[in-house]
Structures are given as structure tokens and as C-alpha cells.
Design a protein around this ligand. Structure first.
Ligand code: NDP
Length: 256
């Protein structure tokens, strides 16, 4: 990302797109000063790659944040607050997510609840907890207008959340609970943009493309490198014109 923000927090940063974001953010000519890479089990085997990156890059801090444990979200916010101080947090990326391949006939209340909790409720609570830090960053910045360098929340959404996509994609991949949860995430994005516009905090929902990760599977259109390169480019280009927008990794506006 050109002219990197000073501080960034990413959820689900131990594998897939989140880990690739961390990699690309530390490889740029102007790396971010403070990168909070969150994952639910920092000392577990699935976080080894992230821990290795953090060991070699002092600007990366690994923080425990389990999207299903609201207490851990509060704890993470406290930890970040003690580090960023008066500069606040410039960019929050709600990336952690889960996908269930269910449909109307196979889903269960537990499955719906779990998927909603991780994909929609957690981003809501995370946004609430970090809003004071984002507000501080917006106030502390001398950069005019809205941007990811100043104060922003990027919600990693999905094309499957688009109502218009259902006719062309449902038979291929129903993912009912996933669609409902990500559509809720999109609504959260629009409402939060409306509510916090005067605080100078930009919100956008981004679709990463169909990506070859554990979630996307081997049949995906693109790899994580291409997706993240595109998304970071889009994030760098966002301004007040895109506040509350739903875009893909190439910057194309998607239908709701
Ligand atoms: P992966 O399955 O590869 O990675 C998911 C990440 O989310 C992991 O880091 C995982 O951590 C984390 N996560 C899951 N549950 C929790 C939890 N309770 N608390 C904290 N972290 C959790 O998926 P992708 O990297 O492909 O997906 C990233 C985002 O992109 C998701 O929001 C997804 O919906 C979205 N997306 C992906 C697409 C694709 O084609 N890949 C398409 C459209 C959207 P852990 O290792 O602990 O499980």
C-alpha cells in the first residue's frame, strides 16, 4: 500500500488472505509502523507462519482475538490501545470468517448462529471496541478527507452476499448461512458508514475474488497473492466517495 497507514489491525491473520495481507504489508517500500496481526490461537500450530514473520519483523505484534469470544475482543482492544496511545488506530480489517456449505434443508439453528456470530456479530463488536481508537486516529491525522491512511474499517465480505448473485451462484454453492451472515456484514458496513461519517471514519465492504485458500478451495480463480495485491491497491485508493461502498479486489462496484 503506497503511503502506508501508521497502524493496522487484521483479524484472522494466521492463514489464508489475512496472513498474505501481513506478508504484503511488511514487504512494501514503506511498511506500516505497527501491525496488529490477530488470531484466535497465537501459540497453536496454525499460527506458526505468523509467529515466524513476527519474530523477524518487530513492527508485527501477534494478538489473541477469537471472534467467538467477545471477552477476547475487549482484551485485544485494551492491548492495542496501550501500544498506539495518542496516535490511535488507522485501519481495522475484519477479515476472519467461516463458510458452511449448507442450504435451507440442511442448515441448523446452531450452524446459522455460529456463522452469524463469526461473520457478522464479531465484526460489529470489534468495530464498537475499536471505534474510540479509530476516532483518535482521525482526529490526530492531518491528512484531508477520508482514507485508509487516516481512519477506516474494511469488512471482508463476499460476492455470495449480493442478492443479485443468488440466481447465478446458488446452485453451484448454496452456503445459505454464509450468504445471510455476509449480507448482514454489508448492512453493518452501510449503517456504520452513515453513523460515523462525521467522525471521519471510512467504511467499505470488499470482496476478495474467488481465491485459492482453505476456504476458497483449489478451484478458485486467483491465488491469495493476486487477491491481496488487488485489495491493498483498492484500500489505498479509497476516499469519501467510496464510504459505505461494496467493491471487489479490482475496485469494481458490486450490486447489493
Ligand atoms: P481461510 O479459511 O483460509 O481463513 C480464515 C481465517 O479466519 C483464519 O485465519 C481463521 O483462523 C480465521 N477465523 C475463523 N474463525 C475464527 C474465529 N472464531 N476467531 C478468529 N479467527 C477466526 O479463509 P480466507 O482467507 O479465504 O478468507 C478470509 C476472508 O475472505 C473471510 O472473511 C472470507 O469469508 C472472505 N472471502 C473469501 C473468499 C475465498 O474465495 N477464499 C471469497 C469471498 C470472501 P483459524 O486458523 O484459527 O481457523
Amino acid at each position: 500500500m503506497e503511503m502506508a497507514p501508521i497502524s493496522i489491525l487484521i483479524t484472522g491473520a494466521n492463514r489464508g488472505l489475512g496472513l498474505e495481507m501481513v506478508k504484503q504489508m511488511i514487504e512494501t517500500a514503506q511498511p506500516v509502523k505497527k501491525l496488529f496481526a490477530c488470531c484466535r490461537d497465537p501459540n497453536g500450530p496454525k499460527s506458526e507462519a505468523l509467529q515466524t514473520l513476527a519474530k523477524n519483523h518487530p513492527n508485527v505484534s501477534v494478538i489473541r482475538l477469537d471472534a467467538s469470544d467477545l471477552g477476547s475482543i475487549k482484551q485485544a482492544a485494551k492491548q492495542v490501545c496501550s501500544v498506539v496511545g495518542a496516535g490511535g488506530l488507522n485501519l481495522l480489517i475484519n477479515n476472519a470468517g467461516i463458510l458452511s456449505r449448507d442450504n435451507l434443508q440442511t442448515t441448523t439453528p446452531e450452524n446459522m448462529q455460529n456463522t452469524f456470530n463469526i461473520n457478522a456479530l464479531a465484526p460489529l463488536v470489534i468495530t464498537q471496541e475499536f471505534t474510540p481508537l479509530l476516532r483518535t486516529a482521525a482526529k490526530a491525522s492531518v491528512i484531508p478527507g477520508m482514507s485508509c491512511r487516516k481512519a477506516a474499517v474494511i469488512n471482508i465480505s463476499a460476492f455470495l452476499a449480493s442478492f443479485e448473485s443468488v440466481k447465478s451462484t446458488y446452485n453451484f454453492l448454496p452456503a445459505l448461512s454464509y450468504r445471510i451472515s455476509k449480507a448482514s456484514l454489508n448492512m453493518l458496513t452501510v449503517c456504520a458508514a452513515e453513523e460515523l461519517r462525521n467522525d471521519g471514519i471510512l467504511f467499505a465492504a470488499l470482496h476478495p475474488g474467488w481465491v485459492r485458500t482453505d476456504m476458497g478451495g483449489e478451484g478458485g480463480d486467483i491465488d491469495a497473492q493476486e487477491s491481496v495485491k488487488g485489495m491493498l491497491g483498492v484500500m489505498a485508493s479509497l476516499s469519501e466517495r467510496e464510504d459505505g461502498a461494496f467493491l471487489d479486489y479490482q475496485g469494481k462496484t458490486l450490486p447489493w
